[in-house]
Design a protein around this ligand. Structure first.
Ligand SMILES: CC1=C(CCC(=O)O)c2cc3nc(cc4[nH]c(cc5[nH]c(cc1n2)c(C)c5CCC(=O)O)c(CCC(=O)O)c4C)C(CCC(=O)O)=C3C
Ligand SMILES: [Fe+2]
Length: 400
């Protein structure tokens, strides 16, 4: 990066990071260059052996009152796979793929990996980054949509990790925009839906795509209270908040991009709910929708996991095991479309998201496939707050 770029950075950084609490109108897209010196790949983390499972689940559920019963149930999913979540291996692969893409493009930025809930922890990653001389990080979180769990919690944990390491004021952490509608994230689902529909017609040559097949776009359910607070309050997304609106918009884009999907019925469905039964979460549940498929004349479903970036536990267990079992019980054909993983379009899209921040690409020149995007670089005040836990400080957004 040039000297000129370095100079411009400080101006942009000050403006964003020192936004006054009253500044609800700070920039949505940072249109000045920033000289980032490393990429922070931030993820969830997962256990890597039987002895990690309970400590990991305690980290995840700290302060949240998730009943032990449910913890045991989740532990069981992990135990089934030897106590190993696939997520860390996937992040190692993603890190290597990002490094290869950066090298291909001649961009000299190291990728530092840190997790919210398991080793390598964010705090350790930040300590190492600082010791290596890095000061200005651009974070990519492995989660595409707006909600507490998928956006704000990362921003809060960045702030907490800076406090824990005493690196407040030493390290800047910005975050790329939520990328639910970035062409690189959407492309693998478009390819997957096309292939999934082809698989259904090959296996069932007589099937009528417009009456007997349903596309189920699936994502992680969240408490309706969190959903309602997802995205900036000012935008009035209604009950499901920005979270649900973003998923609907992406589903529409994917449907419209696949010729063979024309006229095929589709729904947005939810999976992997937890919490007490008394607490409302987004519905319908994917398994209920599959169970009712035969009475609706549906003989096959194509499951498109638009809520997920890789085949982690929610995909491996809740879809490939549970939802497929629901399909067998209902006597219908189920096909599950791949997640982006390390798809070249996705990996190069993530690098594009970093570059638009380095360059300071104006919002009007940013790629986005829905009317909702390009999403904010700098989250709005109160964006995606947790409805139950209340306020915790967060980076990469306007105060408070
Ligand atoms: C929206 C969302 C994503 C983003 C989608 C994405 O980024 O993919 C996500 C990702 C993940 N969630 C994961 C694991 C867990 N999430 C939990 C709990 C919860 N998640 C929630 C939501 C989300 N979670 C919510 C609202 C809760 C309840 C908390 C509360 O009540 O406040 C629990 C606790 C036990 C339980 O409740 O199930 C676990 C173990 C893993 C790792 C998987 C692996 O190991 O491969 C990943 C990537
Ligand atoms: Fe989760």
């Amino acid at each position: 990066m040039s000297e000129a770029t370095t100079g411009a950075v400080n101006v942009g950084q000050q403006r964003v990071r020192n936004a006054s609490p009253a500044a609800a109108d700070g920039p949505e897209h940072v249109s000045e260059p920033t000289a980032y010196d490393a990429i922070l790949l931030a993820s969830f983390g997962g256990p890597e052996g039987q002895e990690d499972v309970i400590p990991f689940l305690r980290n995840v559920t700290r302060g949240r009152g998730i009943p032990d019963e449910r913890l045991e149930e989740v532990a069981h999913h992990y135990r089934h796979f030897g106590g190993v979540s696939p997520i860390n291996a996937q992040n190692r692969e993603l890190k290597a793929a990002l490094e290869a893409e950066l090298a291909d493009r001649g961009i000299d930025l190291p990728v530092i990996w840190g997790n919210r809930n398991w080793d390598p922890y964010l705090a350790d990653a930040l300590r190492d980054a600082h010791a290596d001389g890095h000061r200005t990080l651009i974070a990519i979180a492995t989660s595409a949509y707006s909600s507490y769990s998928s956006c704000r919690q990362y921003r809060e944990d960045f702030a907490a990790a800076l406090a824990e390491t005493g690196l407040e004021g030493e390290l800047v952490i910005d975050k790329v925009r939520q990328f639910f509608d970035h062409p690189g994230f959407v492309a693998p689902f478009i390819d997957g839906l096309e292939a999934g529909l082809a698989e259904v017609t090959t296996a069932n040559p007589e099937i009528d795509l417009t009456t007997e097949v349903e596309v189920l776009f699936t994502t992680h359910s969240i408490p309706t209270a969190d959903a309602g607070k997802s995205g900036p309050a000012s935008r009035g997304f209604g009950e499901g908040g920005a979270y649900e609106a973003q998923h609907r918009a992406v589903a529409e884009v994917v449907m419209a991009a696949v010729d063979s999907a024309e006229g095929v019925p589709w729904q947005l469905v939810f999976q992997s709910r937890s919490g007490p039964p008394s607490q409302p979460w987004l519905e319908p549940d994917i398994n209920d929708v599959i169970a009712s498929a035969p009475e609706r004349g549906i003989k096959a479903v194509v499951i498109v996991p638009i809520g997920f970036v890789s085949d982690h536990m929610e995909v491996m267990w809740d879809l490939d095991n549970e939802a497929m079992e629901s399909c067998r019980e209902a006597g219908i054909h189920g096909v599950r479309v791949p997640t982006p993983g390390v798809d070249p379009a996705y990996v190069s899209g993530l690098v594009d998201l970093v570059i638009e921040r380095i360059v300071g690409t104006p919002g009007s020149a940013r790629p986005a496939t829905t009317e909702l995007g390009p999403w904010y670089d700098v989250c709005r005040p109160g964006c995606c707050e947790n409805a139950r836990l209340g306020f915790r400080p967060a980076l990469a957004g306007l105060a408070p």
